[in-house]
Design a protein around this ligand. Sequence first.
Ligand code: ADP
Ligand code: MG
Length: 445
Amino acid sequence: MLAQGTCTAWEEFLAFVHKKCSTVEFQNWFAQVEVIGEEESRIVLRVPNIFVQEYLLGNYAKELALFLPVDEKGRPNIEFCIKSEAENVSLFTSPLEEAPVQEETFSPQLNHNYTFENFIEGASNQFVKSAAMGVAMRPGKSYNPLFIHGGVGLGKTHLLHSIGHHIKASNRKLKLQCITTEEFINDLVEHLRSKKVDAMKKFYRTLDVLLIDDIQFLQNRLNFEDEFCMTFEALINAGKQIVITSDKPPSQLKLSERLVARMEWGLVANIGIPDLETRVAILQYKAEKKGLKIPSNVAFFIAEHVFNNVRQLEGAINRLIAYTGVTDGTVTQNVVETILSEMFQYIPQKKITIESILKSVSSLFGIRVQDLQKSSRKKEIAFPRQVAMYLAKELIGDSLVKIASSFGGKTHSTLLHSWKKIKKQLESDEMLRRQIHMTRKNLET
Ligand code: ADP
Ligand code: MG
């Protein structure tokens, strides 16, 4: 049963954070939060707006988990109610108790934002998006199964739900289930416990479309893997569409050979990290939707520093909105630097030395470092030496005289001559261009 009003766990948490943060921070982010319900495994908090929710989870997840109920993964199990919504909730009907139990189990839970229209295309996801659209337009008739894999926050769930929306909208008769692997396992456990597993099997075998998210969670769950594999085979054999997402390709999953082989039957498509231009497009699209204007130079600046995944880009936008309080204002580079600096990722630049250049070039051409420092005129030595000189002039800030002297006492005019020669040759020699590009990359990262 839900307890109203006071909550000791929350009060203890407040006492704890009060000591850790400034009074302003406390007033802004904690003081207005109210506990509107609590039970052993969950707590319901009323927050004035979404930003407070994001702030708490983004900055205090660990501390919250110490004091409040946690889920099976050890994350704080909090249900948030935004004030305006929460005010409509009668104090006597708890949001926890209202959860539709039966319906949740068997109806597709699709995030309404995750549609093809809201998915920004770029080189890293074009292929997988068109495969997803192919499946959505002709379920069971194009690629089956479609297996989408890629790192966290790159849009796998977004595409999976997009397929769901499209199919639901264009073919209402098709029976569709979209479920995470964890939910599938929980469902199965629940049905085993209540001895209704046959009903569940029946339900799954009569689906037209099964969309299953994060299959990596099936690893090391032997009994469930068998059940999933049977469901999978039954559906595929009946020509029903399956789409699976995963953080790894099938071959790298610790699952039975049989299931891996099944998952490779159809099309395996990778979703990669979006390139700079796509990140900028995503940023601007998402910011605009939330009423935040980001000028293009600032968007580039953010996208250059936040590059691991799309979720982080969304986090950057939320932070900008929350901290500046501007939902329709303009964001300048200064604001961005102050507010996002902790999110920014800097690639440490290695200090490039003559020694590291000599080493890289000698290994590229299969000669010894000492050879580059002698005055041999043999072509197989002279050419690599010129390449090393070219790279040294390009990448090292020292004076030309000093750089030249590191090549067995050459003069700076020899250095310049070599640099010009290689520069010219690069214009027409694709092979050399690639070799130099690779060597530079190795040196720089
Ligand atoms: P994954 O399942 O791969 O971890 P999600 O599908 O949950 O990632 O995506 C994380 C967030 O990034 C979501 O809010 C999603 O809408 C957004 N997102 C990812 N890729 C794109 C994209 N290409 N265009 C627009 N939004 C994207
Ligand atoms: Mg996901």
